[in-house]
Ligand binder design. Sequence first.
Ligand SMILES: *Cc1c(COP(=O)(O)O)cnc(C)c1O
Length: 409
Amino acid sequence: MHQHHSALGLAAPHSASDAIEIAKGAPLQPVTLVRPHAAARAARFFVEKFPGRSMYAVKANPSPELLRILWDSGVTQYDVASLGEVRLVARTLPEATLCFMHPVKAEEAIHQAYFEHGVRTFSLDSMEELEKIVRATACNGVPAADLTLCVRIRVSSDLSKLSLASKFGVMPDEAKALLLATRQVADALGICFHVGSQAMSPDAYAQAMERVRAAIVEAAVTVDVVDVGGGFPSVYPGMEPQALQRYFDTIHRAFESLPISYSAELWAEPGRALCAEYSSIIVRVERRRGDELYINDGAYGALFDAAHIGWRFPVRLLREPDSRAKTMPFSFYGPTCDDLDHMTGPFELPADIQVGDYIEVGMLGAYGSAMRTAFNGFGSDETVMVADEPMSSLYLQAEAPARTNVVKL
Ligand SMILES: *Cc1c(COP(=O)(O)O)cnc(C)c1O
């Protein structure tokens, strides 16, 4: 009954009550469910509605199957952060445009990306990085004339659930000198930022765009690209963001009012928003101790964020007939011998849940399977393609206006 990844791609989809059918097969290892239709829907939404170019931030989920789904849905640019990601995307999607958007790169990686993989777009946030890029892309001492260089500026992460504010981004008092120096060597000059992951309000982008404006005005440079980065949200318990269209409208308004030329381009680098709905996992309860459930995936598996940053994911009991017990809050222990392998949740599940029950943990397409390890001999690659809907969605509502803002199944 289980259908696996194969070299040729994914097997044909199951029908609607997929998760329960799979649980009936009593799998011993966690099973990853993938929903190509959900990823395709998210990609089409961005391609059609974002008022600029959407490039996928590969780190959120580097699965080749997902990359192909996004490509088939119209996403042609990919934000890569390492030589490994450059090679992966180049191998999987030979015609894709790659943008190397990590502000701190090895000089050798820049060189290989430029000369072997045709990468022309790089980000930076320091003079040292600019010098590296110039050196690594020169040919016989002649500087490259075809670079798109995006200066990453520091912006606030206050409106996001996961900060990206302290590691990267040039400070306002150094932005002018860096923009001027970059302008001299770049064919196209961009400004980029990242408001932090899971930005809960469009205001995060409005505020960041004000920083972009200030940087452009102060440096008085011509800017060809404004890249608003990632941070577009998905839906999780206790985190129900506004409709994505509002984010797009806010960004569009701010972009239109910047002091830039008519030909300037607007870019975004969504990661989470494109793939969160793509996958979920089915786990088994191996022990119950009061309100603590010992399950067979955890901190070293697809639930890294649940353990390490207390992220809450939607859960449901897979039992037929369904439990009639009231729900109560549970915490989880993962399978490894490590105390860290603990997820506080709370995860709302029926009070009569017991050993041997199966649970679906939803919305794990972003930063879930990407973080999985085989620590302590646990973890599994078993993947099944399904056709039912994800446990929540920001896109179902957008396609069927009669429904409420957030659809929970
Ligand atoms: C992680 C990252 C992204 C994607 O962020 P999401 O919050 O998943 O949308 C985009 N751009 C850069 C530079 C990143 O580091």
